[in-house]
Write a protein that binds this ligand. Structure first.
Ligand code: V07
Length: 249
């Protein structure tokens, strides 16, 4: 009852006309959440997926245009094989249970990252998600999988160099021309307005380095498995209290 009251209170304070268009989230703290409960790390990831379900639902209801979730970084391959294996099953599991609802809610699934190293079962699940939601016109649910920002920028530089050498683009290309070579540019996803990171870490960790240039940053001590719609509403409320300057003072 108490939680509901607070939620309605917050909802009243939020300006529905100033909802951030693109929210990106670094979902951190699953391992610590599990350790503090004496549970295996997999239990933290499992509960983390529940938070994903809830936050996707809430974001779509709030009419956020793009929600980008950092699900697996290029660094995460260094984790123990059993854990990597467990994580690699999550995209398929999630889509198997959620795809009907995503389709119904007009959500379009997208991906950023290097598909090269992803196991076939993940590529298949992703392909299915893309295919089933490609006609949808509502929120873009963008999963960052095997994503690293420096790798993204480096491949963009390589590709633009090829196009310059092939005479397809002038070597004096603009920032906006360059950004079209990033994963997000190819998908026409605008830069994030708001970045959320959970679990008391105050870093960007190679996530969307180019795209976050002017984003508002919001950090919380809450571990990702405990992150719920109240926290999202709080982040959006705080975002709305800030004045964005895009570099001008
Ligand atoms: C993962 C759960 C959330 C906390 C962070 C790490 C663990 C959802 C997905 C997912 C990815 C693609 C897709 C559908 C769902 C996911 C990984 C890890 C690797 F199409 N959660 N989640 N993928 N975690």
């Amino acid at each position: 009852m108490q939680r509901k009251m607070q939620e309605q209170e917050l909802l009243k304070l939020i300006d529905r006309k100033k909802i951030p268009g693109h929210v990106a989230i670094i979902m951190d703290g699953n391992g610590r959440w599990a350790r503090e409960r004496g549970l295996p790390r997999s239990a933290g990831h499992k509960q983390g997926v529940e938070s994903v379900r809830a936050i996707v639902r809430c974001s779509s209801q709030l009419e956020i245009n793009v929600l980008t979730l950092f699900a697996f970084s290029t660094e995460n391959w260094k984790r123990p094989p059993w854990e990597v294996n467990y994580l690699m099953n999550l995209p398929e599991q999630y889509l198997t249970s959620e795809l009907p609802e995503l389709v119904k809610n007009n959500v379009r699934v997208h991906f950023v990252g290097d598909p090269g190293r992803l196991p076939q079962q993940v590529c298949k699940a992703i392909g299915k998600g893309l295919e089933a939601t490609r006609e949808n016109t509502g929120m873009i649910l963008n999963f960052a999988l095997n994503y690293g920002s420096r790798a993204e920028i480096t491949q963009a530089a390589r590709k633009i160099t090829q196009d310059v050498l092939a005479g397809k683009i002038n070597s004096e290309f603009s920032e906006s021309q360059f950004s079209a070579y990033l994963y997000t540019g190819r998908l026409r996803i605008p830069d994030p307005d708001l970045l959320i990171r959970t679990s008391g870490e105050y870093r960007i960790s190679n996530f969307l380095l180019w795209q976050l240039a002017y984003s508002e940053l919001w950090f919380t001590e809450v571990y990702w498995p405990d992150f719920n719609r109240m926290h999202l509403l709080q982040a959006i409320f705080d975002y709305q209290q800030r004045t964005r300057r895009f570099g001008s003072s």
